[in-house]
Ligand binder design. Structure first.
Ligand code: FES
Length: 93
C-alpha cells in the first residue's frame, strides 16, 4: 500500500492506492490546512518532497489556482491530490 509521510509531524501512514489526500487528512486529523476543498482557494498548497510521480497529474484548473497563489515550482493542491504510491508532503505558506 502507498505510504504518505507528512513533513509537519514526521509520521507515515499507509493508505489504499487511489486515496484522495483530502480524505486521508480528514480521516486522520492530519496537520494540513484546508479551505474550500474544491481547488479554488489555494490554502492547501504543498510540495511533494518525494514521490511526485506517484500522484495524478495536475488538471488545468489546479494549475490555474496554483498560478494565482504560489511561485513555488512543482506546487500542488492537497485537495486535488490522488495518491498512487509513496509520497512525502510539506505544506507551503
Ligand atoms: S482547499 Fe481550497 S484549493 Fe485546496
Amino acid at each position: 500500500m502507498p505510504k504518505i509521510t507528512l513533513a509537519a509531524n514526521g509520521k507515515s501512514y499507509e493508505v489504499p492506492a487511489g486515496t484522495k489526500f483530502l480524505d486521508f487528512c480528514q480521516d486522520n486529523r492530519a496537520p494540513h490546512e484546508y479551505g474550500c476543498t474544491v481547488g479554488s482557494c489555494g490554502t492547501c498548497r504543498l510540495v511533494l518532497e518525494a514521490g511526485s510521480e506517484n500522484v495524478d497529474p495536475a488538471t488545468d484548473e489546479e494549475l490555474e489556482t496554483l498560478e494565482m497563489c504560489t511561485d513555488v515550482a512543482g506546487a500542488r493542491l492537497g485537495c486535488q491530490l490522488v495518491v498512487r504510491g509513496d509520497i512525502r508532503v510539506k505544506q507551503i505558506d
